[in-house]
Design a protein around this ligand. Structure first.
Ligand code: ADP
Length: 269
């Protein structure tokens, strides 16, 4: 693990190919409330990182900063070697425009707690809409890919079904297929199962597990500790806007080092 401290005022480039995602000394406040207080982490290509920690510790804010749903106050974030949220000109950082932000987001898949599918579009159309908007490719090709993605998440029998007729777990699987349709370099999951009925949680976790096994780079905020233990290459514990522990999935649960991690695990397990 290499961490580099750098404010936006420094002119530091990431070592090319070092990590797919680099978060460098990120600070973020909402008004006077500091929420991220200097967070640094690197995620390698193909790695699955699970973020855990008490409510309000900054996990959601961190993943939202990675795809620039939030701006940051200090630090830098690189995804696939590209600086997110700013562009560099003559050693200075300038906040990037909406078009540039949208271009970056195409490579960063995001799955939210609430799936927000378009209610007037079928499952297949929901998956096709992203590529149709930004990729100049034949409709037939996009349709075939979308159908294959829905098959991958176990919904090949629901192509023509509207969201209102799908269970929460099925809607979330469509949302995962929709994010995958953009061929993202990394997938961010923000508590993807916490709004689901308990009986549909496992089907979504199964899809995520298969994605992980297929080599997808993933950053996952979740309270599903079994998933963290079994699937995460690394578990990262956040508390009060800081990373307090980083360990392999096995070690994190078997031998937590920080007192705060032990207290957190005791409170939820
Ligand atoms: P976690 O995901 O660990 O529960 P969050 O990142 O959601 O934590 O929130 C961290 C803190 O930031 C909380 O105190 C939360 O109330 C606050 N917060 C999050 N988003 C906003 C916002 N848009 N405006 C103001 N405060 C926010």
């Amino acid at each position: 693990m290499t961490t580099v401290a750098a404010g936006p005022e420094t002119n530091l480039s990431p070592a090319a190919g070092l990590a797919l995602v680099q978060v460098i000394d990120v600070h973020k406040s909402f008004g006077t409330l500091p929420v991220l207080k200097g967070v640094s982490l690197e995620v390698a290509r193909g790695e699955v990182v699970v973020l855990v920690g008490p409510s309000g510790s900054g996990k959601t804010t961190l993943v939202r900063c990675i795809n620039r749903l939030e701006t940051i106050d200090r630090g830098r974030i690189y995804v696939d070697g590209e600086l997110i949220g700013y562009r560099e000109r003559g050693g200075r950082l300038i906040i990037e425009g909406e078009r540039q932000v949208a271009r970056h987001r195409e490579h960063i898949g995001m799955v939210f707690q609430r799936f927000n599918l378009f209610p007037h579009l079928t499952a297949l159309e929901n998956v096709m809409i992203g590529p149709l908007r930004v990729q100049r490719r034949p409709m037939k090709e996009i349709r075939t890919e979308a159908a294959a993605l829905l098959a991958k998440v176990g919904l090949s029998d629901k192509l023509g079904t509207y969201p209102a007729h799908l269970s929460g777990g099925q809607q979330q699987r469509v949302a995962i297929a929709r994010a995958l349709a953009m061929k993202p370099a990394v997938m961010l999951f923000d508590e993807p199962t916490s709004a689901l009925d308990p009986e549909t949680v496992d089907e979504v976790l199964e899809v995520m597990r298969a994605l992980a096994q297929g080599g997808m780079t993933m950053i996952v905020v979740t309270h599903e500790m079994r998933f963290a233990r079994e699937v995460a290459d690394r578990v990262i514990m956040m508390d009060q806007g800081l990373i307090v522990e980083m360990a392999s999935g096995q070690d994190f649960f078997a031998a937590p080092k920080s007192e705060r991690t032990r207290a957190f695990l005791a409170s939820i397990l």
